[in-house]
Design a protein around this ligand. Structure first.
Ligand SMILES: [Zn+2]
Length: 103
């Protein structure tokens, strides 16, 4: 078991678990009930946590979640205006023809 995500936002943690589930990664939400004890425990202990059951999947899970967070921040996949090749949000240049992403 490995923790891949934690947040005070219960909805965000459940959303993260759904993302992993779609990718076939089994994960478990922990500390879900501690949120209600907020104010009595140090805040760092009240975070809702997401754990993947299989340590071998942890790295892939973290990558997926980073990707998901980027997407939530407004980054989206794009298509090269020169050759039509789809590009990942984190790249600003087409891997195929080298054209820069248009604004
Ligand atoms: Zn291109």
């Amino acid at each position: 078991m490995k923790r891949v995500f934690s947040s005070f936002d219960l909805v965000a943690v459940h959303h993260a678990r759904n993302l992993l589930q779609v990718e076939g990664i089994a994960a478990e939400v922990r500390n879900e009930l501690l949120g209600s004890a907020m104010g009595q425990l140090p805040p760092s202990e009240c975070q809702v946590e997401l754990w993947v059951l299989d340590d071998g999947e942890a790295e892939r899970a973290e990558r997926l979640l980073r990707h998901g967070a980027q997407r939530a921040a407004g980054a989206s996949p794009w298509r090269c205006s020169a050759c039509g090749e789809p590009g990942e949000p984190q790249f600003t240049q087409c891997w195929r023809c080298g054209a820069y992403r248009s604004a």
